[in-house]
Design a binder for this molecule. Structure first.
Ligand code: GGG
Length: 343
């Protein structure tokens, strides 16, 4: 039986992860889970974020379920870089998979877009780009202060994520991949992405391709999201685009993600796209749907596609039954989803 690591993390992380575990236990009883106390509380207690010994232990799991990372009492970046990005980089989770769909019953903000008309997946590069940590600062807190943040793009890293996007598109009905970048301004990285994209596209004559600048894609994602099938892009553009995609499909509370190491050499990690939302933490009002859908992606990865489909269908039923604007209780949603997943 599979053995997963659970990193509930900060803010609303523990609340939503508890519901995801409830659903996992209901649909595939017997998955072993070990909890890891990582995040702001550990940092304040020990000064450590992710000790190497814990990283080694995490490596020995089949997958990681993560809640949320980030806390206003910790300097910005300490947890995000030291925990979330360290995990993604250490476990070479180069495919950051972020599906978005407009569920029946969910009122998206765009009256012209009907449920079923948005079903896209962003394949965001997860280990390079502006998130690589390259750069530095000089003359801090002086008028001469300088800071640089460099975008790292390797042919190997870019090509492998584009390859993954095409493989996913080839398995989907519409078989279309959109490359999103800013090749007219970011000419060094843009050229690399465009050439790698063209090379991989040549191997997939059955897949339709298009290119869009990030600014145009941000606009079209709002005005005409149904035009997208698979979108492949770099780390930063993908982070921003997927929040827009979430907003046009009912909100960040429904947005799931997987940080995938496709070769299975390291554990993949599954996390809601949302952060720790400290403003509502501890109130029991966070929507656990994103965490539960992330658990469905985890089930799929662990070789339980039927169970994953049952959880996804349960979410569909739950969302179809909601009254727009009505308050929700995190635990009640988790209970309903667990019951619906085994009904
Ligand atoms: N559940 C994921 C989470 O806590 N995200 C916060 C965050 O800073 N995310 C940045 C990223 O996804 O790259």
């Amino acid at each position: 039986m599979a053995h997963i690591a659970v990193v509930a993390g900060d803010g609303i992380g523990p609340e939503v992860v508890a519901q995801a575990r409830k659903v996992l236990d209901a649909v595939v009883p017997g998955i072993e889970a070990t909890e890891y106390d990582l995040g702001a509380a550990r940092y304040h207690r020990t000064g450590e974020v992710l000790p190497d010994s814990v990283l080694d232990e995490l490596a020995n799991h089949d997958a990681i379920l993560l809640g949320a990372v980030g806390d206003p009492t910790v300097p910005p970046g300490v947890l995000e870089r030291g925990l979330l990005l360290k995990l993604r980089f250490a476990f070479d989770q180069y495919v950051n998979l972020r599906p978005s769909r407009l569920w029946p019953g969910v009122a998206g903000p765009l009256a012209a877009v009907k449920p079923g008309e948005v079903d896209l997946v962003v394949v965001r590069e997860g280990t390079e780009g502006l998130y690589a940590g390259a750069g530095g600062a000089l003359h801090r807190d002086t008028p001469a202060e300088v800071a640089t943040e460099e975008s790292l793009n390797t042919r190997h890293g870019v090509e492998r994520v584009i390859r993954d996007a095409f493989a996913r598109a080839a398995r989907r009905e519409r078989r279309k991949v959109t490359l999103v970048h800013k090749t007219n301004v970011l000419t060094h990285a843009g050229s690399l992405w465009a050439r790698a994209f063209a090379a991989v596209a040549a191997e997939h004559p059955d897949v339709t391709t298009e290119y869009q600048h990030i600014d145009a894609a941000a606009m079209f994602l709002v005005t005409n999201p149904s035009r997208y099938d698979v979108v492949v892009t770099d780390n930063l553009f993908g982070d921003i685009l997927t929040d827009i995609a979430a907003a046009v499909t009912g909100g960040i509370g429904l947005a799931a993600s997987g940080c995938i190491n496709p070769e299975g050499r390291y554990p993949s990690m599954f996390e809601p796209v949302h952060g720790s939302a400290p403003d509502i933490a501890g109130q029991g009002v966070a929507d656990p749907v994103a965490a539960v859908l992330s658990a469905a992606l985890l089930l799929d990865q662990l070789g339980h596609p039927d169970a994953a489909a049952r959880v996804t269908a349960a979410v569909g039923t739950e969302l179809a039954g909601r009254t727009p604007g009505a308050p929700l209780r995190t635990e009640e949603v988790g209970d309903r989803l667990a019951a619906l997943s085994v009904a």
